[in-house]
Design a protein around this ligand. Structure first.
Ligand SMILES: [Zn+2]
Length: 410
């Protein structure tokens, strides 16, 4: 019997692959390659003979086409690292068989309870087998679930040659959680036309939209004078920065918005009397929304500055990433085929948007259009992370169906 997706998942989560934003090396942590080497061995054992780990820590592999006609080359991607937010050392996965409902107390830490009120998705899991941690580490379902699902689907396709499909590429990346997941990807070597990250949450969901993102730096030059002689002359840059921050719109903030609403969010302020800098991030789903928010910020600055006639400011906008929807909309078959595959795997497809960026959004703008399909995990980056066996199995089925749909429709 080949390994099930759950066998694989339980094998991968106990290997510590936490990435490190402070590291300058590639990959950011050498230990990510421990999992990489195991995955390559397993890919070779499945029969994907070109599987290899490259110098940067990425894994490339190919499931060869088994039909004569041309079929677009699609790729499935997942990341091997886990988030720096919470420790991933000594993960002790627990399986709750036939979940009966109710809150889940994790035995390793009495403070850690997966509550139904925080996880309404648990209500759809009655009778399923749920995997959690013991409460002292994260689980790493983000995104070892994606790895296990792609591996299991690869094995299934190789073992069942009667299932017709085109060439399928596999790409496993490092350092996704520290924003460098695709820095060293070689898209020419990969040779795929379209890709899917298996890195979303709830079963049935597929996301083709991300935020568009800019950073804004406002630097204020104040008027510095010895405080003993300052009357009528000093213009303290710290106080000017405070006046600007105070006027930021309260209803356009991360803490007051959801769904398709964007926001303005100060992420840092540094300063002294003579000079202060406010760093902000601006998020929206379209460029007009971004422009409007940036204009709003600058209008606030311009409104504050006349109170400080000796002071000046600079206003700098830096592009961070863009909504991948503009790229994906040029190739509607990417989403149509995925929606059909999810339906054939027995779910009602739900199209959504991500209030953040993904590796897929960066890949899309690098020339590899790449929406994000569910992997089944919940409560990412925390000791309360959980996933069900059944949802991972649905993801495996979705990958297999997607391979079939692309072949049928070519
Ligand atoms: Zn992820």
């Amino acid at each position: 019997m080949p390994d099930t997706v759950t066998d694989r998942f339980l094998r991968y989560v106990v290997i510590d692959t936490q990435s490190d934003p402070k590291s300058a090396t590639q990959p950011s942590t050498e230990k990510q390659k421990n999992l990489g080497r195991l995955l390559v061995e397993e890919l070779l054992a499945i029969g994907l003979l070109d599987a290899h780990l490259d110098e940067y820590g990425y894994i490339y592999a190919t499931i060869p086409s088994n039909v004569d006609k041309p079929v677009p080359v699609i790729c499935f991607c997942s990341h091997m690292d886990t988030a720096p937010d919470f420790t991933g050392t000594n993960v002790k996965p627990q399986m709750i068989r036939a979940y009966a409902g109710g809150d889940i107390q994790l035995w390793g830490d009495s403070q850690q309870i997966i509550r139904v009120s925080d996880n309404p998705a648990l209500r759809d899991q009655i009778g399923n087998d749920i995997i959690t941690t013991d409460g002292t580490t994260l689980l790493g379902a983000d995104d070892k679930a994606g790895l296990a699902e792609i591996m299991t689907a690869a094995q299934f396709l190789v073992d069942n040659p009667d299932i017709k499909h085109g060439t399928i590429k596999i790409l496993f990346t490092v350092d996704e959680e520290v924003g460098r997941g695709v820095d060293k990807v070689d898209l020419r070597k990969l040779g795929a036309q379209f890709a899917y990250t298996m890195d979303g949450e709830t079963a049935g969901h597929i996301e083709d939209e991300t935020f568009s993102a800019d950073g804004v730096d406002i630097t204020i030059q104040g008027v510095a004078i010895h405080p003993g002689f300052a009357k009528g002359k000093m213009e303290n840059a710290i106080k000017i920065a405070g006046a600007i921050i105070d006027r930021l719109p309260k209803h356009i903030a991360p803490e007051t918005t959801s769904g398709k609403e964007g926001f303005i969010h100060p992420t840092g302020v540094t300063g002294s009397m003579e000079k202060a800098t406010i760093s902000l991030i601006v998020r929206d789903f379209d460029d007009e929304g971004l422009d409007a928010k940036e204009a709003m910020i600058e209008a606030i600055v311009q409104d504050v500055m006349p109170d400080y006639p000796g002071s000046s400011y600079t206003f700098e906008v830096k592009q961070q990433y863009r909504n991948m929807k503009v790229v994906l909309d040029r190739h509607p078959e990417i989403m149509e085929n995925a929606v059909e595959a999810i339906r054939r795997a027995g779910m009602e497809p739900v199209r959504g948007s991500i209030r953040g960026g993904t590796d897929g959004s960066r890949l899309s703008f690098m020339g590899l259009p790449c929406p994000n399909i569910f992997a089944g995990g919940h409560a990412f980056h925390s000791p309360l992370e959980w996933i069900s066996r059944q949802d991972m199995e649905k993801a495996v089925q979705t990958i297999v169906e997607l391979a079939k749909v692309w072949e049928e429709r070519s």
